[in-house]
Design a protein around this ligand. Structure first.
Ligand code: MIC
Ligand code: SF4
Length: 640
């Protein structure tokens, strides 16, 4: 039987298990990446494992999230990550060099390789034919130490692209259309593969925009073939030797199929507050806007920025609009400066930000109260921008730039002829902001500032647990709900005790105090609990607050893995209607929890006096980790 691209890469990297859908498989990981907001924790965990030098082909530590240094905290974290990288064989991309996914695509990504990153948008690498997964920091630490990365063997989805994009329609519109069709839950447990004649019409950065936002589908990852377009991109990056062709077999079998006819696609927008609330820009109408932000790992490539510069050239940003531009990398920024496009952007009245995540993670540029902001980013969850009542629309760079001039949401097709941007034959290559690891690692001292605190560890699972419901949530709870980010809180990513006071703060402000007073308990969730980011803090902080289990209708993949890693038990209702009868502070007893987890049977829960059954869908390895109180305890015990 023929194989899909993903199956080929999985097979070549399989070190544990069998490729049977739903069963856990262990993969050899060729490359890892971290960013700073999750990196401090990942490197603390790597250090706790006692491995001297990374055992991957390439590991890179990026500083791109916490770049606003309004106190010593972030700068200290950068120092810690930088010295740790130097000591342990990791390349260090300095703040200002760019967003991890953009830089990795430009300088390190290789078709056919596996990559895991402590960031949910690591699948951006699928644009260059990598099998790239977002993961929790501990999983990345394990992979850096040479350990396998475990996932349930995913189902295969094919999205066939036919035709070619019409003027003013962009790669962003393709992924928004896929989101419209599949929804934010549609990709859970699946790898999305792009195929069909439309593929060859898309450049690598356009493909990367699409695989990047596969994270918003909840997909395990997304991947494009590696073809002549890939080769051209690698050649232009001075790395043609990294090219390998990759395609699915003609008789490959897919579990699900979708089609997007590029000829018929129109400019789209995801409306507040979910990436799948997609509608045509023209049908939403000319709503007044206050802000446009162009950048993020989704849309900050040279190609995107050049389109924006061409639209802005000779025009002025509307007096009522603030337009921000964050180029994705120093390479992009430098090229815009060298060819004069930067001047067009500046003259139009844009505010130029550094090459970093910036507004995407609420590091500044929060909109005004009830403000309407158009962003070329990937997530528009409520409150993520830093302004709770702001309305965020996700759009293409074309829509953002056209609207910034008009002052209202604008279908760029109104502007007449679309700018023609060619991919450069050679990119400007300067890796001066990527610091290689030390030649004499023994001489490097790892420096930890005072903000870096110990992380919590779970404990061995008891025979039974008696506790209470600490919180009941709706469907689609994101990790931004569980643990908000933004400029005020991100500096405390390495200080769990401080961060814990903000857990679920916008969902139920009393949650942290309640947990502290009552010693923690259980969270009851709806479906797709924990969607969004890979931040393991969304598990570590609840662990710190005494959360023992989350009983939900269903879980997002990375968050579920993070819960297990930290020793919190993820349980799903056997009968989802049982959710309805549960109230806050109901008593909860797990009379036989240890024996049930050990045997793999259903888990009995007495909740509010009623006995219900839940499932604990975990692999044997994960069950053992839960019994030991988390993956780190389990790994340490088994290493002895
Ligand atoms: C995000 O986009 O939410 C982040 C910030 O990049 C996160 C990682 C984090 O929380 O540090 C992600 O996507 O994994
Ligand atoms: Fe950074 Fe935003 Fe991309 Fe997350 S989604 S990595 S915050 S640019």
């Amino acid at each position: 039987m023929g194989m899909t691209i993903a199956e080929k890469i999985l097979k070549a990297h399989l070190v544990d298990g069998e490729m049977v859908k739903g069963q856990e498989i262990g993969l050899r990981i060729d490359q890892t990446l971290t960013q700073d907001a999750t990196g401090t924790m990942a490197y603390l965990q790597f250090e706790a494992m006692g491995v001297d030098q990374v055992r991957t082909e390439r590991s890179v530590a990026y500083i791109d999230h916490n770049t606003l240094q309004s106190g010593f905290e972030n700068a200290d974290d950068h120092k810690f990550i930088g010295t740790c990288a130097k000591k342990h064989g990791i390349y260090f991309s300095k703040p200002g060099n760019g967003i991890c996914h953009q830089v990795h695509l430009e300088r390190f990504g290789k078709p056919g390789k596996t990559l895991i990153g402590s960031d949910s948008h690591t699948p951006t690498g699928g644009g260059i034919g990598m099998l790239a997964f977002g993961a929790g920091g501990l999983d990345v630490a394990v992979a850096m130490g040479g350990g396998a990365y475990y996932i349930p063997m995913p189902k295969m989805v094919r999205v066939t692209l036919t035709g070619s994009l019409q003027p003013w329609v962009a790669a962003k519109d393709i992924i928004l259309e896929v989101l419209r069709q599949m929804t934010v839950k549609g990709g859970v447990g699946k790898i999305v593969e792009y195929a069909g004649p439309g593929v060859a019409t898309l450049s690598v950065p356009e493909r990367a925009t699409i695989t990047n936002m596969g994270a918003e589908l909840g997909a395990t990852t997304s991947v494009f073939p590696s073809d002549e377009v890939t080769r051209d991109f690698l050649r232009a990056q001075g790395r043609e030797e990294d090219y390998t062709p990759l395609a699915s077999d003609p008789d490959a079998v897919y579990d699900e199929e979708y089609t997007v006819d590029l000829d018929k696609l129109a400019p789209l927008a995801a409306k507040p507050h979910m990436p799948d609330q997609v509608e045509e820009v023209a049908s939403i109408g000319k709503i007044k806007i206050n802000q446009c932000c162009i950048g993020s790992c989704t849309n900050s490539s040279y190609y995107d920025m050049m389109k924006v510069a061409a639209i802005l050239k000779g025009k002025k940003v509307h007096p009522d609009v603030s337009l921000t531009i964050s180029p994705g990398s120093m390479q992009v920024f430098n090229m815009l400066a060298q060819n004069g496009a930067l001047s067009d952007i500046i003259q139009a009245g844009a505010r130029i930000l550094e090459c970093a995540c910036g507004p995407c993670i609420g590091m500044g540029q929060s909109p005004e109260s009830a403000g309407v902001s158009l962003r070329t980013f990937n997530r528009n969850f409520e409150g993520r921008s830093g302004t709770q009542d702001a309305k965020i629309y996700l759009v293409s760079p074309e829509v953002a730039a056209a609207s910034a001039i008009a002052g209202v949401l604008t279908d760029p097709r109104e502007l007449g002829e679309a700018p023609q941007i060619d991919m450069p034959e050679t990119f400007v290559i300067d890796d001066g902001m990527i610091i290689p690891p030390a030649e004499n690692p023994d001489e490097v001292e790892v420096i930890k500032g005072p903000n870096i605190k110990e992380f919590p560890l779970g404990h061995e699972l008891e025979e039974s647990i008696s506790t209470k419901v600490m919180l009941k949530t709706e469907d689609n709870i994101t990790t931004d709900h569980i643990l908000p980010a933004g400029s005020k809180l991100l500096p405390y990513r390495s200080n769990i005790p401080y961060y814990s006071d903000y857990c679920f703060i916008h969902v139920d402000p009393k949650f942290p105090a309640r947990c502290k007073e009552l010693g923690g308990g259980v969270i009851v969730g709806g479906s797709n609990y924990g969607q969004g980011s890979s931040r393991e803090h969304a598990a570590l902080v609840p662990l710190y607050l005494g959360i023992r289990a989350v009983v939900a209708k269903s879980f997002a993949r990375i968050h579920k893995a993070n819960l297990v890693n930290s020793g919190i038990i993820p349980l799903t209702f056997k009968n989802p209607e049982d959710y309805d009868g549960i109230d806050l502070l109901d008593g909860v007893t797990f009379p036989n929890i240890r024996a049930e987890i050990e045997s793999g049977s259903d888990v009995t829960v007495v909740i509010g006096g009623k006995t219900i059954l839940t499932e604990c869908e975990l692999s044997d390895r994960q069950r053992s980790a839960i019994l030991e109180g988390g993956t780190l305890n389990y790994t340490r015990k088994n290493a002895k």
